[in-house]
Ligand binder design. Sequence first.
Ligand code: GDP
Length: 477
Amino acid sequence: EAITVAELANRMAERTADLVKSLFKMGTPVTSNQVIDQDTAELLVSEFGHNIRRVSESDVDIVTEVDVDEDETLQPRAPVVTIMGHVDHGKTSLLDALRGTDVVAGEAGGITQHIGAYMVTQKDGSQITFLDTPGHEAFSAMRARGADVTDIVVIVVAGDDGIRPQTIEAINHTKAANKPMIVAINKMDKPGSNAQKVREALLQYDVQVEAMGGEVQDVEVSATSKLNLDELIEKIQLQAEILELTANPDRPAEGVVVEAQLDKGRGPVATVLVRRGTLKTGDIFVVGPESGKVRALVDDKGKQIKSAGPSVPVEILGISGVPSAADQLTVVENEARAREVAAYRASVIQQKRTTSAPASLESMFSALRDKQSQQFPVVVKADAQGSVEAIVSSLQKIGNDDIQVRILSSGAGGITESDVSLAAASKAPIIGFNVRANAKAREIATRDGVALKYYDVIYDLLDDIRAAMAGQLGPEF
Ligand code: GDP
């Protein structure tokens, strides 16, 4: 009935550190050799997207099937793309323009529905899914909650405005997430636009496009005059091919909530991006703390559909309540099971509200204990560019073969919300040298459990990081 965390991890083929991290977030701090009860084990199993098989009604022994899809069940799936960039550089316009390249939209006669994501089908039949919420906040928030759905990031830079603060943030977020990026140099219809200048400026941020001898694809576009949209699509497809994106469509569905709300006429609705399996009407599911039975599936063209496979965004009706973005949807075998898991998840959420723990440091340490993790991510902010450079170069020197500091972003100025969201998504601490966090940033840091560390002596800073890397610091770091 009881199982150690390590044994459970082993059976699920997951990393022990990830289970410890999850348990910590649920308010159950344990070490890998500690025994957990059956309820907790079951919850973890479904949290990690695995199935539980009851040997028999009376048999309390729960067998967790190693739920990795066999190679031969995998089939190609459409890439999921997020668009990021500075405000007013044309993210929304580009999303609209790309949507217009869909070949089936017209014939379906449907009205465009904004459900949080949409899928375009090209003439050759290939498809691309775009997340319809531009910007890095949504991207990081999803990632911070473990719902890393994006495959490729398109960074939009207005050719007449160049690299701006949010462009840099977008680049940092993309790199921190290890996602391939494609640079779309937009507004090329404007006489003042200069694409070459953008390509050169990108070098400063370690983004080398192909024309500059690098590997990042770039394309000059105009959302307004629809210039080179087909070329942008082609580059996305090319990148997707390199990634060899696949999923098993023939299994109970799992997905992630992209957005959800209470609709006056229809009740709770949620847009789910299917990650694997096929979601069908009539399916019984758990989504976050809610559960339900799929009453209807509505696609991004407002059309009712019967099923949705991998990478397909679909609105679902028939949920008990409104889930949150990034909640995981899992199809289960029956309603009793759905209610059971949903109730347990709800209680965990309730618990989390009352005991909000600084998750980031614990996960940081558990990540450190894990041999697979060889990076110690940090965000660095300092009062002057000179100190930033000094700190960054010293930090880069303190690693060894086992672990290295990874600078997610660095810059001069106070600590802002966007620094915190970047740090949260990568479970990294923020180092402030002679600078502090603003009120909003502090608030988010507390909420998301991001550690803010202030220093005015570089030596102390390096000492702390060295110690943290050696796993010697207590949880108060
Ligand atoms: P966002 O804030 O990044 O989503 O940017 P928007 O899509 O809202 O665009 C900001 C402004 O730039 C709007 O007035 C758009 O009409 C304009 N815009 C966007 N793309 C282009 C383009 O390719 N050419 C021109 N001339 N204007 C554009």
